[in-house]
Design a binder for this molecule. Structure first.
Ligand code: SF4
Length: 709
């Protein structure tokens, strides 16, 4: 890969623990590479010192316009279109371009429309093509890159080149010589491929072999700046440093491109939930999460340096976050949207409460849109937890909190997931959040590899395993029992009607300790990278029987309902073990059969638009919504689901949203399944915690009366 031999240097002026991670000069006045270190031939660490980085991006823009007046790098930045929320990585990289007097274009593509890139490139003529590569969504991207490189190499050399490796080598050499894009006069002949994103965390080699000219692992801001400046030659680069110097994001151009791109991507602009980023980094080491390697990467980079690395969690400058809030408001006005909440994409929110105090006051004064926040149980438990929640809730700064529990078995949580919060901390955290009335989303993983390996396996050779330090095994014969423990934990807590029990089925990420464990223990094959999408509806493991997999899916689709009952675990056990079938019909029959055994956590709710409803009002609505003979079967299902609507958040509205979805499906000749029910229910809870509650237009006249009551 990287041809240059690079020596490890001990004389780098790296920041140490406690140092402010800022360049006091604002930006470097010269154009030179940071110290580079070749890490065992794997990749090159870019050891940026504080003086190497740009923190005052506006001044840097001005500086570049003076010393490089003709410099206007133009990049097409590409991501996937599967996300439910806007892509901040691309907007952040676009921010770098904007502050380098460059031009950004964006495209979000999937397997079915990736070929549109060829037209975009022809029309926009970018000099660089950047991919944000997401594990599990890579095969079609590599296929496109292969075609692109073969076509470009053939065009440039005016002969037919059919061998990809040959084309790739030729183009990489041209890029190396040109230190970037290849031109013929003013005409761009080849725009180099830059690949970033979390796929590179483990599969950086693959990105390089499959066509990336520049492969960026870790933080991309500083490396991207220097690639655009032509400082790097093709290779695999890794920035392990925890700088949070992301410039103000390029929301404006991103939106204008997404507006043009497709109806699907227009949705990101019209969505009432937007992304914001308050901090970077995470100091935890959860074994299933690719972020957990950040801390190891930082330690590796500081090895033999004689100083302690700075904290891995770094807050972004408050002024930049506020400016991005202003952008959201300005663009809301432009597009006629009213953003209801901003989702903090920080891996760990609420780390630095002084920072949040300062931001909170200014944010609510100038921006006034509440945050949706992700936090660990330990950060929400105890006195400190109360202080944290009070700080954000007293100003109306928070619309909802998401908190990962992952497993209800504290041995599994500790030994297998490397999460060290016990169940009392989890319960205390839930109690604290609920004392302030903040809607909560608990997160759990279904289908963890908790069964005993059936192949020879040495737990000592694995970072995680279910054998504790005393040699005691904590395996399950039936993995569903582990999922039931988590449900039971939440059922026994202060979880309330407005709260959502989110869960998804485990899919191993290669390169993470749990992904490696799954492979070593024979639960998964090594080729999961192209399929893994962290959480999906199908298990990424191959160790469960068909029946167990069916039960896991049924558990995952219905667990939010069961989480709202004191006896939720017993009810769920009856459902998954006593039924043969897990479709919508059997679920509705089950709810009807158990109607007298449902022991709800709270009888009265104050949340939602029509908080408390009766069975009669539900039945009248069903009569209203399902009048056609062809709807009578679905009407019957809804009647049987009365206990479901009665005890979930804003049940009448949920029933109305269900009716809208059913009729849309019917128009499109699609059936309405348990998965549809799950999806409508999930979005219904999201609406509430993002302050996006609404009355479906189709039933507005009918429901307005109830609203008044
Ligand atoms: S799951 Fe969350 S807390 Fe754990 S390592 Fe990943 S980002 Fe950090």
């Amino acid at each position: 890969m990287n041809k240059r031999e690079i020596k490890i240097s001990n004389n780098i002026s790296l920041p140490k623990r406690g140092d402010a991670l800022v360049n006091i000069f604002g930006y470097p006045k010269t154009f030179q590479l940071p110290t580079l270190e070749n890490i065992s031939g794997k990749y090159i660490n870019t050891m940026y010192s504080t003086n190497d980085i740009t923190v005052d991006w506006n001044a840097y823009k001005k500086f570049l316009s003076e010393v490089k007046p003709d410099f206007h790098p133009h990049a097409l930045l590409i991501g996937h279109d599967s996300s439910e929320i806007e892509n901040i990585t691309l907007m952040a990289l676009g921010g770098v371009l904007q502050h380098m007097n460059g031009i950004s274009n964006y495209a979000l593509v999937g397997e079915n429309n990736i070929n549109i890139l060829t037209d975009i490139i022809k029309n926009k003529q970018p000099e660089w093509i950047g991919f944000n590569l997401y594990t599990g969504l890579t095969d079609f991207v590599f296929k496109w890159i292969k075609q692109y490189k073969i076509e470009r190499a053939s065009f440039i050399l005016k002969r037919n080149i059919s061998d990809f490796e040959h084309a790739d080598r030729l183009l990489k050499n041209m890029v190396r010589e040109a230190r970037g894009p290849v031109y013929d006069g003013n005409q761009i002949l080849y725009a180099p491929i830059i690949i970033g994103g979390h796929f590179n965390n483990y599969s950086f080699d693959e990105s390089f072999e499959k066509g990336g000219d520049y492969v960026v692992r870790g933080k991309g801001i500083n490396i991207f700046r220097d690639i655009l400046l032509g400082l790097f030659e093709p290779g695999i680069y890794h920035d392990p440093m925890p700088y949070a110097n992301i410039p103000q994001m390029d929301r404006e151009v991103f939106y204008s491109d997404m507006y043009e791109f497709s109806d699907k991507t227009k949705g990101y602009i019209y969505s009432k939930i937007k992304s914001i980023l308050t901090a970077l980094g995470c100091s935890y080491t959860c074994s299933y999460c690719y972020i957990s390697s950040l801390i190891d990467n930082l330690k590796e980079a500081y090895q033999n340096k004689g100083i302690k690395p700075p904290s891995i969690i770094q807050d972004r400058p408050i002024g930049t976050v506020l400016a991005e809030g202003q952008d959201i408001i300005r663009l809301d006005e432009h597009y006629g949207v009213k953003t209801a909440a901003v989702f903090d994409q920080a891996d760990i929110s609420l780390n630095n409460m002084n920072w949040w105090n300062e931001l909170g006051e200014k944010w609510m004064h100038d921006i006034g849109i509440p945050f949706y926040i992700q936090a660990r149980p330990a950060m929400l438990a105890g006195k400190k937890g109360i202080e944290r929640i009070e700080t954000i809730s007293k100003r109306g700064l928070v619309s909802g909190i998401s908190m990962a529990i992952e497993s209800g078995d504290q041995n599994v949580r500790k030994l297998l997931l490397d999460r060290h919060e016990n169940n009392s901390i989890v319960l205390d955290a839930i109690k604290n959040v609920k004392n302030f009335g903040v809607p909560l989303r608990t997160q759990a993983i279904v289908g963890l590899p908790v069964i005993k390996p059936s192949i020879p396996f040495n737990p000592n050779a694995s970072k995680v395993s279910l054998v504790d330090s005393e040699g005691k095994e904590h395996y399950y014969d039936d993995p569903l029992q582990e999922s039931l423990k988590c449900l039971d934990l939440v059922c026994s807590s202060f979880f309330r009607r407005e709260d959502y029990y989110w869960n998804a089925i485990y899919s191993p990420f290669p390169g993470t300790p749990l992904g490696d464990y799954s492979i070593k223990a024979g639960f998964a094959t090594g080729d999961t990278a192209s399929r893994a999408y962290l959480f999906s509806s199908e298990s990424g493991l191959n160790c469960f029987s068909d029946l167990t997999s069916k039960r896991q899916l049924a558990f995952s689709l219905t667990s939010n309902f069961f989480a709202h009952f004191k006896n939720g675990k017993d009810l769920m056990s009856l459902f998954i073990y006593e039924q043969d079938n897990y479709d919508l019909d059997s679920f509705s029959n089950f709810v009807l059969d158990q109607k007298d055994n449902l022991l709800p956590n709270d009888q009265i709710s104050t949340c939602g638009l029509i908080p408390n409803i009766s069975k009669n009002c539900l039945e009248s609505f069903f009569d209203h919504a399902y009048r056609d003979d062809s709807d009578c079967m679905f009407k019957e299902i809804n009647k049987k689901l009365a206990g479901y609507y009665l005890y979930l958040l804003d049940g009448l509205l949920l029933a109305a949203k269900m009716a809208v979805s059913y009729h849309t499906n019917k128009e499109n000749k699609n059936s309405f399944t348990l998965s549809n029910l799950y999806r409508v229910e999930r979005l219904h809870y999201y609406d509430n915690c993002y302050h996006m509650n609404y009355i479906p237009e189709k039933y507005a006249d009918y429901l307005t009366d109830y609203l008044k009551k």
